[in-house]
Design a protein around this ligand. Structure first.
Ligand code: SF4
Length: 92
Protein backbone atom coordinates (compact mmCIF):
# COMPACT_ATOMS: atom_id res chain seq x y z
CA UNK A 1 0.00 0.00 0.00
CA UNK A 2 1.39 3.40 -0.96
CA UNK A 3 1.89 6.07 1.64
CA UNK A 4 -0.92 8.14 0.12
CA UNK A 5 -3.47 5.32 0.16
CA UNK A 6 -2.39 4.44 3.71
CA UNK A 7 -3.16 8.02 4.79
CA UNK A 8 -6.54 7.89 3.00
CA UNK A 9 -7.35 4.62 4.66
CA UNK A 10 -6.46 6.00 8.10
CA UNK A 11 -8.54 9.12 7.48
CA UNK A 12 -11.46 7.02 6.36
CA UNK A 13 -11.25 4.89 9.51
CA UNK A 14 -10.98 8.04 11.63
CA UNK A 15 -14.06 9.49 9.91
CA UNK A 16 -16.06 6.32 10.56
CA UNK A 17 -15.00 6.30 14.22
CA UNK A 18 -15.77 10.00 14.73
CA UNK A 19 -19.18 9.62 13.07
CA UNK A 20 -19.92 6.63 15.27
CA UNK A 21 -18.92 8.52 18.40
CA UNK A 22 -21.01 11.48 17.29
CA UNK A 23 -24.01 9.26 16.66
CA UNK A 24 -23.58 7.56 20.03
CA UNK A 25 -23.33 10.93 21.77
CA UNK A 26 -26.51 12.09 20.07
CA UNK A 27 -28.30 8.89 21.06
CA UNK A 28 -27.04 9.25 24.65
CA UNK A 29 -28.22 12.87 24.75
CA UNK A 30 -31.64 11.80 23.53
CA UNK A 31 -31.86 9.20 26.30
CA UNK A 32 -30.95 11.71 29.01
CA UNK A 33 -33.21 14.54 27.86
CA UNK A 34 -36.32 14.21 29.96
CA UNK A 35 -39.37 16.44 29.80
CA UNK A 36 -39.49 18.99 32.59
CA UNK A 37 -41.94 18.08 35.30
CA UNK A 38 -44.87 20.38 35.71
CA UNK A 39 -44.27 23.04 38.30
CA UNK A 40 -45.52 22.08 41.73
CA UNK A 41 -48.63 23.87 42.89
CA UNK A 42 -48.84 25.90 46.04
CA UNK A 43 -50.55 24.57 49.16
CA UNK A 44 -53.96 26.19 49.77
CA UNK A 45 -52.83 27.56 53.14
CA UNK A 46 -49.85 29.29 51.50
CA UNK A 47 -52.23 31.13 49.20
CA UNK A 48 -54.65 31.98 52.05
CA UNK A 49 -57.28 29.98 50.18
CA UNK A 50 -60.81 29.99 51.59
CA UNK A 51 -63.98 28.22 50.43
CA UNK A 52 -65.92 31.45 50.27
CA UNK A 53 -65.68 34.50 47.97
CA UNK A 54 -64.10 37.79 48.96
CA UNK A 55 -66.50 40.44 47.83
CA UNK A 56 -67.05 39.97 44.13
CA UNK A 57 -63.78 38.05 43.77
CA UNK A 58 -64.08 34.28 43.57
CA UNK A 59 -62.35 31.41 41.79
CA UNK A 60 -64.97 31.16 39.04
CA UNK A 61 -64.06 34.67 37.86
CA UNK A 62 -60.29 34.23 38.34
CA UNK A 63 -58.11 33.67 35.28
CA UNK A 64 -56.25 30.85 37.06
CA UNK A 65 -59.35 28.76 37.75
CA UNK A 66 -59.68 25.44 35.91
CA UNK A 67 -63.30 24.28 35.91
CA UNK A 68 -64.78 22.38 37.48
CA UNK A 69 -62.61 22.32 40.63
CA UNK A 70 -58.92 23.06 40.06
CA UNK A 71 -56.50 25.96 39.87
CA UNK A 72 -53.31 26.44 37.90
CA UNK A 73 -51.58 27.80 41.00
CA UNK A 74 -53.16 26.28 44.08
CA UNK A 75 -53.18 22.55 44.77
CA UNK A 76 -56.19 20.46 45.75
CA UNK A 77 -59.90 20.73 45.13
CA UNK A 78 -60.84 24.34 44.47
CA UNK A 79 -64.40 25.56 44.88
CA UNK A 80 -65.74 27.85 42.14
CA UNK A 81 -66.92 30.10 44.96
CA UNK A 82 -63.55 30.01 46.77
CA UNK A 83 -60.92 32.73 46.82
CA UNK A 84 -57.21 33.20 47.54
CA UNK A 85 -54.79 36.11 47.71
CA UNK A 86 -53.56 35.42 44.15
CA UNK A 87 -56.94 36.07 42.56
CA UNK A 88 -56.56 37.57 39.07
CA UNK A 89 -59.54 38.99 37.20
CA UNK A 90 -60.56 36.75 34.32
CA UNK A 91 -60.34 38.58 31.00
CA UNK A 92 -63.49 39.13 29.04
S1 SF4 B 1 -58.65 32.76 43.41
FE1 SF4 B 1 -57.69 32.11 41.49
S2 SF4 B 1 -55.58 31.66 42.04
FE2 SF4 B 1 -56.77 31.66 43.93
S3 SF4 B 1 -57.42 29.52 44.23
FE3 SF4 B 1 -59.06 30.57 43.15
S4 SF4 B 1 -58.64 30.14 41.01
FE4 SF4 B 1 -56.74 29.74 42.11
Amino acid sequence: MSERSEVRSQMSRRTVILRSVGGAATAAAMVFVKPRPAAAKMAPAGAAYQDTPKGDQQCSNCSLFQAPSACQLVDGTISPSGWCKYWVKKAG
